[in-house]
Design a protein around this ligand. Structure first.
Ligand SMILES: [Zn+2]
Length: 447
C-alpha cells in the first residue's frame, strides 16, 4: 500500500514539475480541487479526447457527434429528474462516495456492513442538489433567472433527438456523442484530478429499438473494455456491476469499468441502460412529438438508450499512473552514462504530448540553423519540442520523463552526410536517418 501511495505522490510531483497539471488559481492560495493543465497536460488531454472520439465515433458507421451548451433551458433538468432527485438530505460514504438519504439510518448501516465490513465514515447531512445554480441576466432574487450548469452531457442528445434524426438520416440503432465540461457540486472531492466539481466527460447515447437494449448493452461493455486495454493500454481493468438498489434514478442497469488506482479499484468508464426515461419525460414536459418513425413499418416509437460514458480527466490520471516507470541507476548506454534514478513515461505514442524532440548537439549557429529547419518541417505534422541546453544524456532524460517517443539529434556529421540520429524512447535504439527521409520515416512510426 505504501508503495502505491508513493506512486501517486511521484506522479503528482512530476505533473507539477514538468507542467502537466498544477493547482488552479495558486497565486490566490488556490481553490480546493481545482487544477490547471499546462502545455503538456493540455496536449495529453487533447490526445486522450481525440483517441476516444476516433474509437467511439470516427471508426464506426453508426455514430454522429454534437456540441451543446453548458447552460440549457432549466426545464431540461426538470424533465431529466435532476432537480427533484437531488433535494433530499444526503450523506456520502467517505470511502466509496455512495450517497444515501440521511433520514434512512438502516440503509447507511446496511451499506457500511455490505461494502466496508461495517466500518465507514459519513459526511454531514446536507440538503443536496448536485446541480450548480447560476443566474441569467437579472438579479439573484428573480426566480425566473435561475439556470443550471449541466450535470451531464446526455440531455442535449435527448432534447435534440428529433433534429439529429432529421439531419443525420440515421436509422436505429445509432448513437450521438459529445465531449465537454460537466459540473457536479460533489460533497466529497479528491484524489488529485480523479474527482473534481468541474470535469470533462465523453458521453454517448446509443438509441435502440425497445427490447434490444440488453444485447447492445453487452456489445458496448465489451467494446469499452477493449478500448481501455488495447488503445489506452491500461493494464488492469475490472468490471463492477451496480446492485439494482443503488442505481441512478434513470438507470435499468449499470456497469463500471474500474482501473486499479493507488487508492484502490475505481471508475474510469461507465455504461448505463437508460430505457426511454429521458425521451419520455422530455416528450411529456415539452408537449412535442419526438418519436422515431420506423422507415419500414411507419410505426412511431420512443427508442431505448444505452449510454457509454467516460471521465476524461480521470482517464488521464489512469494513463499517467499506468505509464510511469522508474529505473534505479538509470539506463546506461555508451552515449548516456546515467547513474541516477531515471523516470520514463511509457505513454502510448498516440497520447504522448510531444512526439519528437529536436536536439542540436552544439549551440553553434552551424548546427542550430539546420536543427530549426528540421524542427519546422516536423512540426507541420506533429507537436515537437526544441532543446539545445545541457548534455545530450540530460536532454534525453528530460524527454523520457514526459513520454516523448523520439529524439532527433543533429551533430557535426549531419552537415556532411545530411543524416541525423533518431533515438527511440523505449528501446533506446539509435538509427541514422537521411534528413530528406525524416518526415516519411516518422509517418510510418507515429499516428
Ligand atoms: Zn461506501
Amino acid at each position: 500500500m505504501g508503495q502505491k501511495i508513493d506512486l501517486m505522490e511521484k506522479v503528482v510531483n512530476l505533473c507539477k514539475r514538468r507542467g502537466f497539471i498544477f493547482p488552479g488559481s495558486e497565486i490566490y492560495g488556490g481553490l480546493a480541487n481545482s487544477y490547471d493543465y499546462g502545455h503538456l497536460g493540455n496536449e495529453l488531454f487533447n490526445n486522450i479526447a481525440s483517441l476516444w472520439w476516433k474509437k467511439f465515433v470516427q471508426e464506426r458507421e453508426d455514430m454522429v457527434g454534437i456540441r451543446g451548451p453548458i447552460i440549457m433551458n432549466p426545464k431540461v433538468w426538470e424533465a431529466s429528474g435532476h432537480i427533484s432527485n437531488f433535494t433530499d438530505p444526503l450523506v456520502e460514504c467517505k470511502i466509496c462516495h455512495e450517497r444515501l438519504r440521511a433520514d434512512k439510518p438502516e440503509e447507511m448501516e446496511a451499506h457500511a456492513k455490505e461494502a466496508h465490513k461495517g466500518k465507514t465514515e459519513w459526511t454531514e447531512a446536507k440538503a443536496f442538489n448536485l446541480l450548480f445554480k447560476t443566474f441569467i441576466g437579472a438579479t439573484e432574487e428573480d426566480e425566473k433567472a435561475v439556470a443550471y450548469l449541466r450535470g451531464e452531457l446526455a440531455q442535449t442528445m435527448f432534447t435534440d433527438f428529433k433534429q439529429i434524426l432529421e439531419t443525420s438520416r440515421k436509422k436505429l440503432p445509432f448513437g450521438v456523442a459529445q465531449i465537454g465540461k460537466a459540473f457536479r457540486n460533489e460533497i466529497t472531492t479528491g484524489n488529485f484530478i480523479f474527482r473534481t466539481k468541474e470535469f470533462t466527460i465523453a458521453e454517448l447515447e446509443y438509441f435502440v429499438k425497445p427490447g434490444t437494449e440488453d444485447k447492445h448493452f453487452k456489445e458496448w461493455a465489451d467494446f469499452m473494455e477493449k478500448v481501455l486495454v488495447e488503445d489506452f493500454k491500461l493494464k488492469k481493468i475490472k468490471r463492477y456491476v451496480h446492485p439494482k438498489d443503488s442505481l441512478a434514478h434513470y438507470s435499468k442497469g449499470t456497469v463500471d469499468f474500474h482501473y486499479e488506482f493507488p487508492w484502490g479499484w475505481d471508475e474510469v468508464f461507465g455504461l448505463s441502460s437508460r430505457t426511454d426515461f429521458d425521451l419520455k419525460n422530455h416528450e411529456q414536459l415539452s408537449g412535442k412529438n419526438i418519436r422515431y418513425k420506423d422507415p419500414e413499418t411507419g410505426e412511431e416509437l420512443l427508442p431505448y438508450v444505452v449510454e457509454p460514458t467516460g471521465g476524461l480527466d480521470r482517464l488521464m490520471l489512469a494513463v499517467l499512473l499506468n505509464s510511469y516507470e522508474e529505473i534505479k541507476g538509470g539506463r546506461t548506454t555508451t552515449t548516456e552514462a546515467v547513474k541516477e534514478e531515471e523516470i520514463i513515461l511509457r505513454l502510448p505514442k498516440a497520447l504522448a504530448p510531444i512526439k519528437i524532440a529536436v536536439l542540436p548537439l552544439s549551440r553553434k549557429d552551424e548546427l542550430i540553423k539546420p536543427a530549426f529547419e528540421i524542427l519546422h518541417s516536423l512540426q507541420k505534422h506533429w507537436m515537437c519540442q526544441f532543446d539545445e541546453t545541457g548534455s545530450i544524456g540530460k536532454r534525453y532524460r528530460r524527454q523520457d520523463e514526459i513520454g516523448t517517443p523520439y529524439c532527433v539529434t543533429i551533430d557535426f556529421d549531419s552537415l556532411e552526410d545530411k543524416k541525423v540520429t533518431v533515438r527511440d524512447r523505449d528501446t533506446m535504439q539509435q538509427d541514422r536517418i537521411a534528413i530528406d527521409e525524416l518526415v516519411n520515416y516518422f509517418k510510418e512510426k507515429l499516428p
